[in-house]
Design a protein around this ligand. Structure first.
Ligand code: SF4
Length: 374
């Protein structure tokens, strides 16, 4: 634990491992007048604090004494609210956010001022293509049963971003996905627009990798310049391509992550009847907030239900969508609703039923690909 008896002024940097160490070093070398940086965490208990890391209790004491020059949070991805909503407690201390690109680039550090007037949104996922060229059986976004190519309208997306900007001070993680994003010839424009409104977000493009090494040069350039992480879900037909993909991405100096996937899961029960609160509490998808057509929901299920309702004749209704353009709603209210189960959660089982990944296109897909079987 760090002793804090000294009278010296500090700049508090949230401890997030290597990224914070890099940020700390950049601050020490910066021409800006920051007091010496000290790492802190949000643990109240001093005994649980790590060596050379200040506990939150100690930081609050220091702030009360007027000895905290600024608090800086490095990129927090989808856990951004966890930290930012704690540091609001440090009244009158200036709060800043350092994006991933700011921390890792060689450029002079440019920090975002964190406002106390509007909240942050942890994550926003957005379909830049509804259909896909992989056709996974039981796709969680129903991309394998979308009959035709479907892309969103760039202007509508711009209006949605403007609205998000009115509601939120920032977004931790933005994932452009689908379907398969690389099928959209306007992907470059979607990325540029996203960066224009949310320059400090951690931005990912999620792809199955099939078209990756055929990306046009101008798209590669934008991925590089806008510090976009290429987030690859590698399904069995692509497993042998892993080395080729890694080499390509390293050559292009792109940020990337690869997750090999060979199992899928079912949890959907078309007649409902599950304990919504329990299903929600155990649901990892509930942190993957999907924005679609001016609405946002905790997960992609409300979108998928529209496809399943149409395809298999269900008439499931629910209250999971939140209308972003409702003039009476605030970002705080949206976060509160995203944190709670919806009536749609009664259609999800608490436990997941795993099965071996396979391909099934629209002709061969059947209702049971999504339904939890007893
Ligand atoms: S509807 Fe509820 S339980 Fe089902 S995936 Fe979405 S958040 Fe999870």
């Amino acid at each position: 634990m760090l002793k804090t008896t000294g009278d010296e002024m500090i700049t508090a940097v949230y401890d997030k491992g290597t990224l914070s160490e890099i940020l700390k070093k950049k601050l020490e070398e910066s021409s800006d007048s920051f007091a010496p940086p000290v790492l802190f965490n949000i643990t109240e208990n001093d005994d649980l604090s790590l060596e050379n890391v200040m506990s939150f209790t100690a930081l609050k004491e220091k702030a009360v004494q007027g000895k905290v020059n600024a608090v800086i949070i490095p990129d927090m991805d989808k856990k951004v609210r966890l930290v930012i909503e704690r540091i609001y407690e440090l009244e009158s201390v200036p709060l800043y956010y350092a994006s991933l690109n700011q921390v890792v680039s060689n450029k002079e550090l440019e920090l975002k001022n964190i406002s106390r007037d509007k909240p942050w949104l942890d994550v926003m996922e957005y379909h830049v293509a509804d259909h896909c060229n992989m056709n996974c059986k039981g796709c969680g976004h129903c991309a394998n049963i979308i009959p035709d190519a479907e892309f969103p309208d760039l202007n509508n997306y711009k209006n949605e971003l403007i609205r998000l900007k009115e509601l939120f001070d920032g977004i931790g993680l933005i994932r452009l996905l689908g379907g398969e994003p690389l099928l959209n010839e306007e992907l470059k424009e979607f990325i540029t627009l996203t960066r224009q409104y949310f320059p400090f977000s951690n931005l990912h493009v999620v792809t199955n990798g099939i078209l990756l090494t055929e990306m046009p040069d101008r798209l590669v350039q934008v991925l590089h310049d806008e510090c976009v992480t290429v987030d690859i879900s590698l399904y069995p037909p692509m497993h042998e391509q892993e080395n080729r993909i890694r080499t390509y991405l390293k050559d292009k100096e792109l940020l990337f992550m690869i997750e090999k996937i060979d199992t899928f899961f079912r949890r959907f029960t078309p007649f409902g009847g599950n304990d919504a609160a329990k299903s929600f509490a155990h649901c990892e998808s509930s942190r993957n907030h999907l924005m679609n057509k001016g609405r946002i929901a905790s997960c992609a299920m409300p979108y998928s239900i529209e496809i399943l309702n149409r395809k298999y004749g269900y008439s499931i209704e629910h209250n999971a969508w939140i209308d972003l353009f409702d003039s009476s709603i605030s970002g705080w209210e949206i976060n509160k609703r995203l944190d709670l189960e919806s009536s749609l959660c009664t259609y999800c089982r608490e436990e997941l039923q795993l099965y071996k990944w396979e391909q099934k296109d629209a002709q061969n897909a059947c209702e049971s690909d999504w339904i939890f079987t007893e």
